[in-house]
Design a protein around this ligand. Structure first.
Ligand SMILES: *[C@@H]1O[C@H](CO)[C@@H](O)[C@H](O)[C@H]1NC(C)=O
Ligand SMILES: *[C@@H]1O[C@H](CO)[C@@H](O)[C@H](O)[C@H]1NC(C)=O
Ligand SMILES: *[C@@H]1O[C@H](CO)[C@@H](O)[C@H](O)[C@H]1NC(C)=O
Ligand SMILES: *[C@@H]1O[C@H](CO)[C@@H](O)[C@H](O)[C@H]1NC(C)=O
Ligand SMILES: *[C@@H]1O[C@H](CO)[C@@H](O)[C@H](O)[C@H]1NC(C)=O
Ligand SMILES: [Fe+2]
Length: 459
């Protein structure tokens, strides 16, 4: 009996010690196996002469009434139109939109014809069909526009990062795909991992486009550039960073008054989403800095209560991997995030999962020794969802002890969901691949920083 109660108090002591240090380090240990790419044969091009492939859509304007439809044709640039019609209308009244065509060369690879068609002024909250191709082969898809932007519009985002195209990537992707709640994916960077192959084998960009098509053709994926999008390889004559990515994935940066597709913003339902580039200049006076400075003045929380930032490299990360890589950007922008009460910052890059407390480190300067992050009710929650399952494998070494800023961390592959309910509440869940989709390994009611700035961790 005595030994038993000693054990109980020891356990109690241990769990208290755990609280003092930081949050939860999950005891779930995933079986470690090498992540291997799926073979190209798993994603053959669709049948038929010059069939449109790698179909993907993203938001095409400021408010969600626009869509950019992108696809690749392998042999001929024609036909170059998309036909589309509202699902409740007769197909005979279909509209047509011309695409812009681009191609690129990378080392000894030549791309197919890459088409981007921007459709604007659609009706809100409406299902549309669209059709690509010609007499030889047509392919039909559909999407649903978001409801009109407004403060209490419920909307559900999936969050996926660092996906790649391994068997693990397939599990993550299929797991998300089976969750029927997801309406739009917030993708936090690192798409195909083509650059991990000899000469950045750009055929991997094509297989990746085919791999994700069954989702990307039907719901928008909001793109963030990661380091694997740079494809910077001067040793083989490739000196233009982001060439394949920016040719293949278009974003509505002009409607956000951005001068570069690597940083932009959109409004969708009740969310204002700002996308930043970890791998573009962001120091004082740079284009990205000047843009972001103005950006915060455009956010109206009465219209879009939820302010979400996406950036590939995390600012608060307690894995050994990429430790403090996001630090210089944090130093530049964190005070703006706190002043403007950003709700959530979504990142990837570290191949694992982590959720932070609401913390800030804005007091710190080079001489005052205040270098420890502190609880801050105005600070965002930082989420690292770099756990898509790419060829580089899992980040499974933690810094110890768990720092106080870290609320939950686990070295498993998975994806997250953010269900915005209204202007005050959003339900957030993280799903590890080994569980059935309804199971959430980590979950939290998130309270809006503008409308209901309560501390979630104490409720
Ligand atoms: C490109 O170069 C690599 C390495 O020299 C070679 O293995 C590959 O077959 C080439 N591909 C084409 C399309 O020429
Ligand atoms: C594709 O369609 C065009 C126009 O209808 C036709 O001229 C051509 O022969 C077709 N090509 C193939 C391979 O079926
Ligand atoms: C990907 O996952 C799906 C669903 O589990 C499965 O049907 C498919 O065969 C997988 N693809 C590969 C290449 O393993
Ligand atoms: C550094 O931080 C301390 C404490 O917040 C502050 O008093 C001091 O003015 C700061 N130094 C500079 C140069 O801003
Ligand atoms: C917002 O949603 C939460 C969670 O569903 C609910 O408890 C709350 O009552 C809602 N607020 C309003 C004003 O409807
Ligand atoms: Fe990365």
């Amino acid at each position: 009996m005595a030994a038993g109660s000693e054990l109980v108090s020891l356990l109690l002591l241990l769990s208290i010690a755990n609280l003092c240090n930081g949050g939860i380090t999950s005891r779930y240990t995933r079986k470690l196996e090498a992540s291997v790419d799926m073979p190209a044969e798993a994603f053959p091009p669709p049948g038929g002469y010059n069939a449109p492939e790698q179909v993907h859509i993203t938001q095409g304007d400021r408010d969600g009434r626009g869509v950019i439809i992108s696809w690749v044709t392998p042999l001929s640039p024609k036909p170059n139109v998309v036909r589309y019609w509202a699902a409740d209308c007769d197909e005979k009244h279909a509209d047509e939109s011309q695409a812009r065509i681009t191609t690129y060369k990378y080392y000894n690879y030549t791309s197919g014809f890459i088409h981007h068609a921007t459709i604007k002024n659609l009706k809100y909250g409406t299902k549309y069909f669209y059709e690509l191709g010609s007499d030889n082969v047509t392919r039909r898809f559909f999407f649903t526009t978001p409801p009109m932007v407004g403060p209490d519009v419920p909307y559900t985002f999936g969050i996926i990062g660092d996906l790649g195209q391994t068997y693990d990537s397939n599990q993550t992707f299929e797991h998300y795909y089976s969750n029927l709640k997801g309406q739009t994916v917030l993708f936090v960077g690192d798409l195909s991992y083509a650059d991990n192959h000899p000469f950045h084998d750009n055929r991997k960009w094509d297989t990746w486009g085919r791999f994700v098509e069954k989702s990307t053709a039907y719901q928008p994926w909001i793109w963030t550039a990661g380091n694997h999008e740079m494809d910077f390889a001067p040793e083989i004559g490739e000196k233009t960073p982001f060439k394949p990515f920016t040719r293949r994935y278009h974003v509505p940066y002009r409607s956000a008054q951005s001068t570069c597709p690597l940083w932009y913003s959109i409004k969708r339902a009740s969310a204002y989403i700002i996308v930043l580039s970890s791998y573009s200049a962001y120091g004082t006076y740079t284009p990205q800095y000047e843009w972001l400075l103005k950006e915060f003045t455009k956010v109206n929380r009465e219209e879009t209560p939820w302010l979400i930032v996406m950036v590939h490299s995390p600012w608060y990360n307690s894995y050994e991997y990429h430790y403090m890589e996001g630090e210089s950007m944090r130093v530049m922008f964190e005070s703006w995030f706190v002043q403007n009460k950003v709700d959530l910052v979504l990142s990837g890059h570290v191949h694992a999962y982590e959720r932070s407390e609401r913390v800030s480190n804005v007091r710190y300067n080079i001489t005052n020794r205040l270098s420890t992050p502190i609880r801050d009710i105005n600070a965002p929650i930082y989420l690292t969802v770099g756990d898509g399952g790419n060829i580089e494998g899992l980040a499974n070494r933690y810094t110890e002890p768990q720092p106080s800023y870290s609320a939950y961390r686990e070295a498993s592959f998975g994806h997250a969901m953010l269900e915005i309910k209204n202007r005050t509440h959003a339900y957030y869940t993280w799903h590890r691949n080994q569980d059935a989709e309804p199971v959430a390994a980590d979950s939290l009611w998130i309270y809006n920083r503008h409308w209901y700035p309560e501390d979630e961790s104490s409720q």
